[in-house]
Design a binder for this molecule. Structure first.
Ligand code: GLN
Length: 489
């Protein structure tokens, strides 16, 4: 069997099941792609080839003996470098974690291993998941698979790029304000941010704990459902995880489904916002027309507090980050400054180990939590977060799914954002979903005249992955461009 670029894991599983290919052949194929492409694109930070091939051999043995762990046994999946995989490095693309080896598996890793899937390399990211371009990685700059002079998005840019480049057939990332959906759109792959709590965060290095969620990058909506089915579920190690008791999503997608009569909300504030590129607007209108043609009812909705979401996010996320990152003190993990005095070890290790953006966020977060400013910033931000959540609740009384662009512009070039705020605004369409805890998915929706991929975002209510996945699946089946394969592939 030939593994074509951007093959789905559903198809790989079918071929594995029919004995047309082995896990060793699959892993060798992706390892070859890694060798050919990674030196140019820098999607992967570290990889253990022997360990991957050993796992593949074990999987093939299980299959021969009729003891497969799941239909996906033997399929590789790339892992963002902020998820703990036992005995592997976990740097969060930060110098402060250089040399740190994770002593345990994150719950999602335990789950993918229990399904027989094989962790395949650690993907590059913005340091501690802070950024939208991977330019904040302390190690390398990942290049966009469609245009080497452009960013892949961030923070999970390495995960998105590895799937787009066929270095791996799927990847895991994390999304605090858009870090799965934005790079998915920039690289032309599917990116899913599940509802808050559906997936355990145990073993994910925390950035902003009330916003972080783990989710998949894949080549199809069905593949996202498959990976979500594998990684979801309540976990005693994460008290914010919930027992979703929801259907098997992949199975839901195999049943007949139509969106005739489905109410799709378009927030007027979002589509009339400043800075929205014309290419995005045109493509967005094409997506609306496609959905209309399939029988969906388009409803204009209002999000009165949406305009505050970026500001609210940068108060809440930085406050939480300043507390979460306090543990990196030069004593317990990774880098330690070569000095004797304890207070100097703390200060110098953090000074040397953290990059500029991380320091900026820690300072901002510490400031908004400090006495005298707490009420003015942090408490106010929490109140506005509730109002944003209520905007969604109101909207979902009159519509089933919300449609917006994923990003205000197509992928941008390196060093083109001259201020932090300019970079922060690239998540303007994704951030409010995390503040509300809802689920959303980025699906490729078009290609610009200069051959850059574009995406559209579907958002559904809390724990409404069923309707989210069904709607985006139908969209994917009917969109005019059938495959999104970058020129290098
Ligand atoms: N780009 C946003 C930030 O810099 C979101 C990052 C994320 O989702 N991890 O914080």
């Amino acid at each position: 069997m030939k593994i074509e670029p951007n093959i789905t894991i559903a198809k790989i599983a079918k071929n594995l099941g029919e004995g047309k290919i082995s896990s060793v052949e699959i892993c060798n194929h992706y390892l070859e792609n890694f060798t050919k492409k990674n030196s140019v694109f820098n999607a992967i930070l570290s990889i253990n080839k022997e360990k991957i091939l050993k796992s593949a051999e074990e999987s093939d043995k299980r299959r021969k003996e009729g003891k497969v762990l799941s239909s996906y046994d033997g399929i590789p999946i790339a892992i963002k470098d902020n998820l703990c995989v036992e005995d592997e490095p976990c740097t969060c693309a930060s110098k402060i974690l250089e040399g740190f080896i994770s002593p345990y598996d994150a719950t999602v890793i335990k789950k993918i291993k229990a399904a027989g899937m094989i962790p395949f390399g650690r993907t590059n990211m913005d340091e501690f998941a802070m950024g939208s371009s991977c330019e904040n990685s302390a190690y390398v700059k990942t290049r966009n698979p469609w245009d080497k002079d452009r960013v892949p998005g961030g923070s999970s840019g390495g995960s998105a790029a590895s799937v787009a480049l066929s270095i791996a057939p799927a990847a895991l990332g994390s999304d605090t304000g858009g870090s799965i959906r934005q790079p998915a759109a920039f690289c032309g792959v599917v990116g899913l941010k599940p509802s808050y709590g559906i997936v355990s965060r145990y073993g994910l290095v925390a950035f902003a704990s009330s916003l972080d969620q783990i989710g998949p990058f894949t080549n199809s909506v069905l593949d996202s459902a498959i990976v979500l089915d594998i990684i979801k579920g309540k976990d005693p190690m994460d008290c914010t995880s919930i027992d979703s008791k929801i259907a098997n999503f992949a199975e839901l997608l195999s049943q007949p489904y139509s969106i005739d009569g489905l109410r799709i909300g378009i927030p007027s504030e979002c589509i009339n916002c400043e800075g929205l590129d014309n290419v995005i607007k045109e493509n967005f209108n094409e997506s609306i027309n496609l959905l209309k043609g399939l029988g969906a009812k388009i409803i204009e909705i209002s999000f009165p507090h949406w305009k505050y979401s970026v500001s609210v996010y940068y108060v809440i996320a930085t406050a939480e980050a300043s507390a979460n990152l306090a543990r990196f003190d030069g004593i317990r993990y990774g880098l330690r400054a070569k000095t004797e005095k304890l207070s100097e070890i703390y200060l110098e290790s953090r000074g040397l180990g953290f990059g500029e953006e991380v320091k900026r966020r820690i300072l901002l977060g510490t400031f908004v939590l400090s006495s005298g400013y707490y009420d003015a910033y942090y408490r106010s931000a929490q109140k506005v977060r509730t109002l944003i959540r209520k905007d969604y609740d109101e909207a979902f009384k009159i519509c089933d799914v919300i449609l917006t662009p994923v990003t205000p512009t197509p992928p941008f070039t390196f060093n083109s954002k001259s201020t932090p705020l300019q970079m922060y605004l690239s998540d303007i369409f994704t951030i409010s979903v995390n503040l509300a805890g809802n689920c959303a998915i980025s699906v490729p929706s078009g290609i610009t005249s200069d051959n850059l991929p574009l995406g559209v975002q579907f958002t559904a209510g809390f724990m409404r992955e069923d309707i989210l996945l069904k709607t985006s699946h139908i969209f994917e089946l009917h969109r005019s461009i059938k495959s999104f394969i970058p020129p290098e592939n």
